[in-house]
Design a protein around this ligand. Structure first.
Ligand code: NAD
Length: 291
């Protein structure tokens, strides 16, 4: 069992840290929010008062932070992870950030004797709670192998997809598909409701046919009830679509559907829905049809 420092105990990090505690690891967590720390305490984890305290002496350091600025501050910043981790520690960054920042973390980490993996996840809050996350990993085979006991505790499907930063490109691809699927399910609901058919029964049929998928399975009832509690906030998906479009530009590929999804998410945000779940794309679809 490993001594683990876990930083970022929000919607995703909190259940992930809880699974690691229950698997018998010695987990010390840090977060800026008191509620997050209280959840870790309730899960029998140790609570630290700073990043330095959480990572000092840890063999494995896990981070699950919102976006690039937080990862830069917590990992690369003054008195952050790199300043306080012991040599040879393995840093697993589960955050969804730009490939560029992941590569910078790997480079600066290596210069301080740390091993680094970018390991963004998919599966949503439900996937984190049920420990069935999909994990896309960038880094070396040796470091991936060392992290497998952690991945199998919080996830179900995990693959090494390339060198540092590679996991973030796969996560970008994932966000493209998830955002597009939500946008289309939202339009399907608007169409069925406007036509006066039984949309609940309609979505059940869709979920049994070729349109089947986890979004229909897990979210259709909440969407029909207009329950948009996050989940995954529109603000975070907006951040991810920025990464998607930048990745496409860098790779010199055209992703017109991705650009459209990014605009729909931008619209949700501009209408004040940034704090709602990304299924609130339904509100945008309704607005477009004056409903
Ligand atoms: P969240 O906002 O619920 O959690 C982030 C946590 O980080 C918060 O508790 C916050 O207090 C903490 N934090 C921020 N700055 C900090 C700092 N300087 N020091 C210590 N703690 C700090 O976000 P989330 O939904 O858990 O998402 C985390 C990451 O996972 C994001 O990159 C997101 O894109 C990705 N992700 C989220 C989901 C989802 O469904 N929510 C799914 C897959 C991936």
């Amino acid at each position: 069992m490993s001594k683990i420092g876990f930083i970022g105990l929000g919607i995703m990090g909190s259940p992930m840290a809880g699974h690691l505690v229950r698997a018998g690891h010695d987990v010390t967590g840090f977060d800026l929010s008191e509620d997050s720390l209280a959840r870790l305490r309730a899960a029998a984890g140790n609570v630290a008062g700073s990043v330095a305290e959480a990572v000092g002496g840890a063999e494995i350091i896990a981070t699950m932070l919102p976006a690039d600025p937080q990862v830069e501050a917590v990992v690369l910043g003054e008195n952050g992870v790199l300043d306080n981790a012991g040599p040879g520690a393995l840093l697993i960054d589960f955050s969804s950030i730009t490939p560029q920042t992941s590569r910078r973390v790997a480079r600066e980490g290596a210069a301080k004797g740390l091993r680094v993996l970018d390991a963004p996840v998919s599966g949503g809050e439900r996937g984190a709670v049920d420990a069935v996350l999909s994990i896309m990993v960038g880094g070396s085979q040796e470091d991936f192998d060392a992290a497998v006991p952690i991945f199998e505790t919080v996830g179900k499907t995990y693959r090494l997809v390339g060198p540092a930063g590679a996991g973030q490109y796969v996560k970008a691809a994932n966000q493209l598909v998830v955002g597009g699927t939500y946008a289309l399910v939202a339009e399907a609901i608007v169409l069925m409701e406007a036509a006066g058919v039984n949309a609940a029964a309609g979505l059940e049929v869709l979920a049994g046919g070729l349109a089947a998928g986890r979004i229909l399975d897990l979210k259709r009832e909440a969407m029909l009830a207009r329950d948009f509690q996050p989940g995954f906030r529109i603000d975070l998906h907006h951040k991810d679509m920025g990464i998607v479009l930048e990745a496409a530009r860098g790779a010199e590929v055209a992703i017109p559907m991705g650009a459209l999804v990014a605009q729909l998410i931008a619209s949700a945000r501009a209408q004040g829905h940034g704090g709602l779940d990304h299924s609130a794309l339904l509100k945008v679809a309704e607005n477009l049809s004056g409903r």
